[in-house]
Design a protein around this ligand. Structure first.
Ligand SMILES: [Fe+2]
Length: 381
């Protein structure tokens, strides 16, 4: 397989099969001598994690792991992680896993040396300047799924367990210093997670592409990201050992997260509260609401989606693209609607209020109001 490269946009990425073997080197480049590997509960016992800890041990970096991380990490996971970090006298974090392991790892590195509360560093205006930048520990990120793209992002999502709101915590210095994208680590992902995480990457590209903000670099990355998902997600879903497809999907995930600095939209604004209240899978939820959101935004994006269709080789402009998304979801066994996803009797008023407070709202090409958003939820059911 010929896909191997070194990239420095947006950060240093060591991309390719088997490159997890370079973890010790990556830690050295980041200035880490006593790393704490942070991952989630589900991954902690899997062979990929054991192998990675073994690479750390063999290089004299110890084999310390913190894995008490929930699927939607909260402030208790964070304070436990900071306690483990301090108790082990660590000097950096290896953030390992899907969105939860990567995000919590980044937030432990951010918060271990701070005196301010993590909620004071929410992604609002210049709040990030409240943090002591010199006290932020270095991070090496190692994704084991292909969806979130958090390995190339400067934020982490943390759920407030009291309000159940997901908050985006931002600081430019939590962009990982080095990323290892090794597609072999994603081979064991079950098909349902391959589908959900892959559709998250697709949603990042689609929403970034449709966002009205000006960012031509993101625009190009988002477009090519959608093309890569179209050509590879189904292959990776049908044959998890297809390393070429796995590698391509890892690229698409990093591209989606690079592109969404341009903005997200209603897919994520709806999906975040649904996930926070009903504990559904983030990417799968995005896939379920994708077509209703496309129809909702149609007056603003019809022409632009026509260009995507042309580039992706889909005939029929907007309608063709809409149908393609439906076929892809069906092929990936994505539930038809929110009811099929297992959501019964949702409190639509509360979900709508939460959606309108979600920062993703700002990137939606059609203004979201209480009325149109509530009726959009209704359609998704
Ligand atoms: Fe997402």
């Amino acid at each position: 397989m010929g896909l191997k490269a070194n990239w420095s946009y947006p950060t240093a990425i060591r991309f390719g099969e088997g490159r997890i073997s370079e973890l010790a080197e990556a830690c050295a480049v980041a200035g880490i001598t006593r790393p704490l590997l942070v991952t989630d509960k589900g991954l902690s016992n899997l062979p990929v994690t054991g192998t990675t800890l073994e690479i750390m041990r063999a290089a004299g970096l110890g084999g310390a792991m913190f894995s008490d991380v929930d699927p939607n990490p909260n402030e208790t996971n964070l304070s436990d992680g900071i306690a483990a970090y301090k108790a082990g006298n660590h000097d950096g974090v290896v953030a390992f896993g899907g969105g939860s392991g990567l995000d919590l790892g980044k937030l432990i590195a951010l918060m271990a040396g701070q005196t301010v509360s993590v909620w004071d560093l929410e992604d609002i205006g210049d709040w990030w300047t409240r943090a002591d930048a010199a006290a932020i520990a270095p991070i090496v990120a190692v994704p084991t799924t292909a969806g979130t793209g958090s390995e190339v992002g400067r934020a982490g999502v943390l759920t407030n367990s009291e309000t159940r709101m997901k908050k985006i915590i931002f600081h430019p210095k939590i962009l990982p210093a080095v990323v290892i994208c090794d597609p072999v680590l994603t081979v064991g992902m079950p098909p349902v997670i391959t589908a959900g995480t892959g559709m998250d990457a697709f949603a990042h590209c689609l929403e970034a592409y449709c966002s009205p903000h000006y960012h031509p670099m993101s625009q190009g990355i988002a477009l090519e990201g959608m093309r890569i998902v179209k050509d590879n997600l189904l292959r990776a879903y049908q044959d998890g050992a297809d390393l070429q497809a796995r590698a391509e999907m890892m690229s698409a995930a990093a591209m989606g997260a690079t592109a969404f600095q341009k903005g997200l939209g209603a897919i994520h604004a709806l999906s975040h509260p649904i996930g926070a209240v009903h504990h559904t899978h983030h990417g799968t939820t995005n896939a379920v609401v994708m077509r209703p959101v496309l129809a909702f935004n149609r007056p603003a994006i019809e022409q632009r989606i026509g260009l995507v269709s042309a580039y992706l080789g889909i005939s029929g402009g907007f309608d063709g693209f809409y149908d393609y998304v439906g076929e892809l979801c069906a092929d990936l066994s994505i539930p038809e609607n929110l009811a099929a996803l297992g959501i019964a009797n949702p409190d639509l008023d509360a979900l709508t209020e939460m959606a309108l407070k979600d920062p993703s709202c700002g990137g939606n090409p059609i203004e979201m109001t209480f009325e149109n958003t509530r009726s959009l939820f209704q359609t998704c059911l």
